[in-house]
Design a protein around this ligand. Sequence first.
Ligand code: NDP
Length: 331
Amino acid sequence: NREIHLASRPEGWPTAENFRLVEVPVPEPGPGQVVVRNRVMSVDPYMRGRMNAGESYIPSFRVGEAMDGGAVGEVVASASPGLAVGDTVLHGLGWREYARLDADKARKVDTTAAPLSAYLGALGMVGLTAYVGLLDIAAMRPRDTVFVSGAAGAVGSIAGQIAKLRGSPRVIGSAGSAAKVEYVTRELGFDAAFNYHDGPVAEQLKAAAPDGIDVYFDNVGGDHLEAAIDSLNLHGRVALCGAISQYNAEEAAPGPRNLFLAVGKRLTLRGFLVGDHADRMPDFVAEVGAWLREGRLRVDETVVEGIENAPEAFLSMLRGANRGKMLVRLA
Ligand code: NDP
């Protein structure tokens, strides 16, 4: 049984040295507990924040201890009447091959309805983030022109597709390579996209949205947010989902210099955390689940094999190596 510990806290960009692979015994379940053999685990941008010391909306990882995060696996030992050996469960103790946890912290998932990995992606936290952010937080309406940053990533690829499925006439994406631009326009149905390395975001966005945008789904922050504020129309709305351009910065970046435009344009900029919106799960599963079954929503994954490669999967996700959700499959 191997697990990944936080070896040290990064300054700026994390490296392989910040992680350590540690061999530990396979645990035994205590009363009310189960032991789960993890099959697939998630690496997510928010984990970068948890590598830092200090208060946040979610506890920091501790140096010298195992990291954690979303995972799906099979119950291999149970001391709880609620779960049986062989059940497949979603839980929060990834970054290890075997997890011991209280049975009430594990949710049984239906392996006939969708592949295991879907519960860490399109049918899980990632899909719900896209759904709630676009429809509730940014209150997207069918005639809205929508801009999504991080468009080829897990959340962004789904947000852009939901915007089309919900009737947006024009969805624009940004991403970090020509191949990703081609992917979101050719394969995901975005109407336009640009590579943010090709030139100032504000200019590229104006060219792609000459009549402005009504909604911005922000995964990136920084210059993307400033560009969106420039291009937003009257009563435009922004879902502040993430700011990945800032996560590895050693100094705080200046805020959008044009924020005052929000006054005259009566803009709404609203942050949210998906964890507060579990009540939307039934609507989300009904609507997004149907699109998936009908083949109207395309979901891609980038899969890395083996717990020993989980740190590299995480680091390469931060660098943009993923298309869709970055996952680690465990042997
Ligand atoms: P992604 O699958 O989008 O992976 C991260 C992507 O970020 C990379 O593929 C890379 O793509 C892009 N990226 C990295 N650095 C930069 C940069 N400097 N500028 C622009 N893009 C960059 O991750 P997720 O879909 O899991 O997460 C997307 C965002 O949503 C994150 O900001 C995350 O924190 C946030 N989030 C928020 C939640 C909430 O509850 N509010 C819940 C879940 C996620 P590229 O090649 O295009 O650069």
